[in-house]
Design a protein around this ligand. Structure first.
Ligand SMILES: Cc1cc2nc3c(=O)[nH]c(=O)nc-3n(C[C@H](O)[C@H](O)[C@H](O)COP(=O)(O)OP(=O)(O)OC[C@H]3O[C@@H](n4cnc5c(N)ncnc54)[C@H](O)[C@@H]3O)c2cc1C
Length: 394
């Protein structure tokens, strides 16, 4: 193409736009396939959803079928990749989803009896058994669903840890460069330099304007002709939406949590629990329902607790954080731990992009010859990123 005239063809190079977990896992997988990699990030380092999440490699809640298969493949890849990048803090800690009512226990019992429960390494535990797995659980509850397949990484340090493992002459990390124009097999940065490769992968996250904008309609639905990954040929184009979540982190907690924790509200949101008894769950409390809250709780390596989350779907999103939702989440965490919590040291919100109206698990489209856009894994992006990147190079 004329626009790329004069640009050296670098055979065996992949150019990645975006320094989040999707972009960085594409860098890891591209290197595994022997490609040299150039990775552009407009910020000094990734500051999007990938550093704002729980770091949960979450198999337990995934929908049976392709979603569970993708998560299990990703879980295996995470373990392999983390062995070469120990700074990710990967640990096979498992999770406990805690039941405080008979209705929640019934959903867990049904989920634990499904044929795929073995793949998730599910076990339904009594309260006493759950406390022996995670002695920090000193509150009142009826039982818990143990998922040994779940794991944890440290989101604030995972990206630099992966980049450190990639460091070498075949990996060029280029922060402070924003890709502003796409052409076949290339992108131009804001300084006017073209970056060209055999493949360019745009992992631009929840940004529906800028580079990805022309390939999305104003409402976020995909432009005609852009089939989402895995959808039926000729199917109605699926859409992408953005979701905003609130999170917080406490100072270090005195006790040691041996697993990640979730409360019974998470049974309402995760597709793995779409079993007949779910319809018998009573409504969430009004405050939890208003912010579509579920408690997820992860102890960081320094002992602090990451606590969330809420779900906001209607844009424009609030620019501030809502304290009522935090009050609810903190009260839930206190009740399960049966202990007061250390002072909150940080609060933040994050936004992810999510495919909707499709069976596809994420969005992939070719926006120009040799240029693919990969986004929309939703709340499973940290989990599934290595397996999504692997699919790019199949
Ligand atoms: C609060 C919260 C909690 C979550 N918890 C979990 C969890 O525990 N487990 C899980 O599996 N998933 C979780 N998720 C989802 C997961 O974090 C996301 O799906 C995932 O991080 C998306 O990764 P990404 O690389 O696509 O996006 P991002 O991390 O947002 O990265 C996109 C990057 O692209 C850069 N960029 C954009 N445009 C350009 C351009 N033109 N040029 C150069 N750079 C550009 C941006 O600056 C950004 O750094 C959570 C999400 C949130 C918000």
């Amino acid at each position: 193409m004329a626009i790329l005239d004069g640009v050296m063809n670098e055979s065996g190079r992949v150019v990645i736009v975006g320094g989040g977990i999707l972009g960085t896992m594409h860098a890891v997988l591209a290197r595994r396939h022997g490609y040299a990699v150039t990775q552009l990030e407009r910020e000094p380092a990734g500051r999007g959803a990938s550093v704002r999440n729980f770091g949960l490699v979450w198999v337990s809640g995934r929908r049976a079928g392709p979603e569970l298969a993708l998560a299990l493949r990703a879980r295996a890849l995470w373990e392999e990749i983390a062995a070469t990048a120990p700074g990710t803090g990967f640990r096979a800690a498992g999770s406990l989803t805690i039941a405080t009512s008979e209705a929640e226990l019934a959903v867990m019992r049904e989920a634990a009896a499904l044929p795929d429960a073995k793949q998730r390494d599910f076990d339904l535990l009594t309260a006493e058994e759950a406390r022996s797995v995670n002695p920090a659980l000193r509150g009142e509850f009826l039982g818990g669903l143990y998922c040994r397949a779940d794991a944890i990484v440290e989101p604030r340090v995972t990206l630099p840890a992966l980049r450190a493992a990639l460091a070498g002459p075949s990996y060029a990390w280029r922060p402070g460069l924003e890709a502003v124009e796409v052409a076949p097999n290339g992108v131009r940065d804001q300084q006017g330099t073209w970056h060209r490769g055999d493949l360019v992968v745009l992992c631009t996250g929840a940004n529906f304007t800028g580079l990805a904008g022309p390939h999305l309609t104003a409402s976020g639905a995909l432009a005609p002709g852009r089939a989402p990954n895995g959808s039926e040929p000729g199917a109605e184009p699926a859409g992408l939406r953005r979701v905003r979540l609130q999170m917080l982190q406490t100072l270090p907690f005195a006790g040691k949590l041996t697993t990640a924790l979730a409360d019974g509200d998470s049974l309402r949101y995760y597709p793995a629990y779409d079993v007949p008894t779910r319809s018998a769950l009573p409504p969430q409390t009004a405050v939890a329902a208003a912010s579509r809250a579920q408690l997820l709780l992860v102890q960081r390596l320094d002992g602090s607790l990451t606590i969330g989350d809420t779900h906001e779907y209607d844009e424009p999103f609030g620019f501030d954080v809502d304290e009522t939702a935090y009050d609810h989440l903190l009260a839930r965490a206190c009740a399960l731990l049966g202990a007061s919590l250390p002072r909150v040291q940080r609060r933040w919100a994050g936004v992810y992009s999510e495919v909707v109206g499709t069976t596809a698990l994420y969005h992939r489209s070719e926006v120009a010859p040799g240029v693919v856009l990969v986004t929309g894994p939703g709340g499973r992006g940290m989990t599934c990123s290595p397996a999504i990147a692997e699919e790019t190079f199949l």
